[in-house]
Design a protein around this ligand. Structure first.
Ligand code: IPD
Ligand code: CA
Ligand code: CA
Length: 268
């Protein structure tokens, strides 16, 4: 529930960004799209959505620091907002309706508030430290699934710089495929983590994520009673390789993946 002023602002900003995104679904063909790198696209919609979010935050909290995917790091303050204005840009650009707005607010490096908003389904996932996680106004919890057998897992395939881990990843995917009930690759990491929090998937893993992909999702998972860490079971610092799930599925994934993790990945 949006009872905190900072969370209220995050919700307002996420909804506004969602409107910008949904409105532009009708003219995808005429969008200006630029490649940040090979197969890494940013559209004017990512930028417009981010501008709306930043404007709303700045209006209320002009001195807070911001880390946003498109605009980078701005300002220094103990309160910092971590923003992915459009998580799932590739989906969005193809009209594949799975994407979200992700906004987290941290204080002195500790995540305090989180919003992941899916503008297509108009689903609002929120969390505040100590206050639990919510989907709209209902409390959400991770699933009660006890084993990988029968579990529905989410994942993301490694690409760009992380394609050096493809063999490791496919070994893990093979092992998971042989035991789980199903594996999905929806294409928006923030939403994947929100789905772990809501118990829609029992676990999730992906390599090489950015802080804005995972900041809000991390608090959602934790406040919903789940675990999130690195593939070798270290605490997850925002950015890098991630495994999440309900406590049992999380532990089972770590055990399943352990034989495949290369030394250099353990260091992260
Ligand atoms: C991407 C999505 C995707 C994940 C990528 C992210 P973007 O974010 O979360 O699911 O596999 O690693 O970069 O670029 O669409 O904001
Ligand atoms: Ca993202
Ligand atoms: Ca993005």
């Amino acid at each position: 529930m949006a009872s905190h002023a900072l969370l209220n602002i995050a919700v307002r900003a996420a909804r506004r960004a969602g409107e910008v995104i949904v409105r532009s679904m009708n003219n995808l063909e005429s969008l200006t799209v630029t490649a940040k790198a090979r197969n890494d696209f940013v559209s004017e919609v990512d930028r417009a959505a981010e501008a709306q979010i930043v404007e709303i935050i700045r209006r209320h909290y002009p001195h807070h620091a911001i880390l946003a995917e498109e605009g980078g790091a701005q300002g220094e303050h103990e309160v910092r907002w971590i923003i992915d204005p459009l998580d799932g840009t590739t989906n969005f650009l193809h009209g594949f309706p799975v994407f979200a707005v992700s906004i987290a607010c941290e204080q002195s490096g500790r995540l305090e508030h989180a919003v992941v908003y899916d503008p297509m389904r108009q689903e609002l996932f929120t969390a505040s430290r100590g206050g639990g996680a919510h989907l709209d106004n209902r409390r959400i919890r991770v699933s009660k699934q006890r084993t990988l057998e029968g579990a529905l897992l989410g994942t993301g395939f490694p690409f760009r710089a992380n394609d050096r881990y493809l063999d490791t990843y496919f070994a893990m995917l093979k092992a998971a495929t042989q035991i789980a009930a199903g594996i999905r690759r929806p294409g928006a990491a923030a939403l994947d983590l929100a789905y772990v929090a809501a118990g829609r998937i029992d676990g999730f893993w992906e390599f090489g994520l950015a802080p804005w992909d995972t900041a809000a999702g991390t608090l959602l998972v934790q406040e919903a009673g789940g675990h999130i860490g690195t593939p070798s079971g270290e605490p997850y610092q925002q950015g890098g390789h991630v495994v999440a799930g309900n406590p049992r599925v999380y532990a089972a994934l770590l055990e399943l993946f352990a034989p495949y993790i290369p030394e250099e990945m353990r260091a992260r």
